[in-house]
Design a protein. Structure first.
Length: 222
């Protein structure tokens, strides 16, 4: 059983899954973030005095839930491409194409388990690149204060963590990490590349073009 967590940082941004013995089975990608509404409610409980309580209640009433969406753009070795995400109900599947699945759509950040993508490494030979990304669907102007963390966990318990830090103002999307084959090994590379509305409309298209994934997009809803 593996122990400890490997944190991918600017100084040490890559890790080889092969070197950690993670070459098969399922790997879970978890996104968790601080719910502003839950944080505001905690402030209400901790507030002292009548006026302090009233101010905390008023602040809590003005706070919106934040809906972050975790997704994965996938390019396969045969040249085909797809995306797994809540938008358009493209939840995917493991054990069959595209071998990646999203378990749920956490619309508030209050769900203890957050959002989870599962990647089936038994089919890793089919993958050329997997780009993990997240964007704000609604409820916030950027990621500041959300304390978003993405953790990849293998069946054995190996843990690899990416913190979505250093968020610039108005950043409403982030390319989290790129998983690809490098010198014969499957490598996870920290990206934490932020995107703002100035980068253009249609955030999935913007991210896809930035990474030259060559995907075509149509409007979707959830």
């Amino acid at each position: 059983m593996a122990s400890g967590t490997v944190v991918l940082t600017k100084a040490s941004p890559t890790v080889s899954l092969d070197k950690h013995g993670v070459t098969s089975g399922l790997i879970r990608v978890n996104l968790n973030w601080t719910s502003p509404r839950a944080a505001a409610q905690r402030e209400v409980q901790q507030a002292r005095g009548v006026f302090g309580k009233v101010r905390a209640v008023l602040r809590a009433g003005a706070v919106k839930d934040v809906d972050l969406d975790l997704g994965c753009m996938i390019r396969f070795t045969d040249g085909s491409k797809t995306v797994v995400q809540a938008l358009g109900n493209a939840f995917g599947a493991t054990g069959r194409f595209p071998y990646v699945a999203l378990d749920a759509d956490d619309r508030t950040g209050a769900r203890a388990a957050g959002e989870n993508l599962v990647i089936d490494l038994d089919h890793q030979a089919a993958f050329s690149k997997l780009l993990l990304f997240v964007y704000i669907y609604e409820g916030a102007g950027d990621f500041r204060g959300l304390d978003a963390v993405v953790t990849l966990t293998s069946d054995r318990g190996d843990r690899f963590e990416v913190r979505l830090d250093d968020c610039p103002p108005h950043a409403h999307a982030c390319a989290i990490a790129l998983i690809k084959r490098q010198k014969g090994e499957l490598v996870v590379g920290r990206e934490v590349r932020w995107f703002t509305p100035q980068d253009g409309p249609g955030i999935q298209d913007v991210i896809s073009r930035a990474y030259r994934l060559g995907m075509k997009w149509t409007p979707g809803s959830k």
